[in-house]
Design a protein around this ligand. Structure first.
Ligand code: TYM
Length: 329
């Protein structure tokens, strides 16, 4: 059976890009594959974190996974920090990646140029991500478009390791949505919606109430003419609204465009569709957060199941590299 793995950082309230570009795709993938979905908390410490915030956001994101419809019976839901394989394999892959290829990662270039403290972890981050995936022999990795370069690196590292030390890792493929793989900022439609960019009016968060969502959609930047058509190059603002409408209503941006004469009508329809999509997720998440013990129990169970898959794969990699395995393993 195909095995699917994906992860999300607990580094802020999830936004529509996370929900539509990633988790909605995971829910679909989980119906026909063995699947693991991970709150990648180790990834979120590349910048200093307040420990209390990290704890709270980790639970929030776990509740978000469930509220979006991931089923802990069907999928393994777990925390990266609770399964040692991720850290163990990361070092082996750090020594497989070259300095030059990590330097070429666009996310590293963007994030390291912001003038904040640049940790060594920010630089080696993609090798931890590769470890997340390779530790499970994952075949498919459903992600948003911004992760393409990291997935390519993961494939390169798997191929390089296999060539040096013999067939060890499954070479994974990225899975992307045909539309909605890149949800853009509503105020700056040329850049992706993001937790780390400071554009509160351009970012719809899961915690936004109905009125805030409607207001942000209605104030979204559109384009100079008045045509409603899907053309991301010439009409990035309107095309983004159409992608949102399509992703929330399970259609395509081209067919979602049909019937709209004016931007005002399109915005009203998008606002309604997004509000209807977000509202049940938001309220279900709030209910789930009332019982943190239940969430922690699901995570503990997930960690045991994840560990059972990953630990032998890491031992296999260590053995291939020439490390002596502890007797009895
Ligand atoms: P992260 O936490 O930034 O984002 C989680 C997922 O959300 C997607 N996403 C978007 N999709 C569409 N439009 C957007 N504007 C948008 N913004 C974010 C991302 O593509 C991602 O799928 N490095 C990863 C986390 C990670 C991971 C992994 C993913 C760590 N290990 C192993 C897959 C497999 C990241 O920072 O994603």
């Amino acid at each position: 059976m195909t095995r699917v793995f994906s992860g999300m950082q607990p580094s802020g309230d999830p936004h529509l890009g996370n929900l539509l570009g990633a988790i909605a795709l995971w829910v679909a993938e989980a119906t026909h594959a063995e699947s693991l979905f991970c709150v990648v908390d180790l990834h979120s410490i590349t910048f200093p974190q307040d420990p209390r915030d990290l704890r709270a956001r980790t639970l929030d994101l776990t509740a978000t996974f469930l509220a979006m419809g991931l089923d802990p019976e069907r999928s393994i839901l777990f925390l990266q920090s609770q399964v040692p394989a991720h850290r163990e394999l990361a070092w082996l892959l750090e020594c497989t990646a070259s300095y030059g290829e990590l330097q070429r990662m666009t996310q590293f270039k963007d994030k390291s140029s912001r003038g904040e403290f640049v940790s060594a972890g920010l630089f080696t981050y993609p090798t931890l991500m590769a470890a997340d995936i390779l530790a499970y022999d994952a075949d498919q990795v459903p992600v948003g478009d911004d992760q393409r370069q990291h997935i390519e690196l993961t494939r390169d590292l798997a191929l390089r390791f296999n060539a040096r030390y013999g067939e060890t890792f499954v070479v994974p493929t990225g899975v992307y949505r045909t539309s909605g793989a890149r949800i853009m900022d509503l105020q700056h439609p040329e850049r992706k919606m993001s937790k780390s960019l400071d554009s509160p009016q351009g970012t719809i968060l899961l915690s936004d109430d109905d009125a805030a969502i409607a207001r942000k959609v209605k104030r979204a930047v559109t384009d100079a003419d008045t045509d409603v058509r899907y053309d991301p190059e010439a009409k990035p603002g309107v095309s983004n609204l159409l992608s949102l409408l399509a992703a929330c209503t399970d259609s395509t941006p081209e067919s979602a465009a049909a019937g709209f004469e004016r931007y005002g009508d399109l915005k009203a329809a998008v606002a309604e569709a997004v509000v209807e999509f977000v509202r049940p997720v938001r309220s279900r998440r709030a209910e789930l957060l009332d019982d943190p013990t239940h969430l922690l129990t699901i995570l503990a169970d997930g960690a045991v199941r994840a560990d059972a898959i990953a630990a032998p794969i890491v031992r296999r990699a260590e053995d291939a590299m020439g490390f002596l395995l502890r007797r009895g393993i």
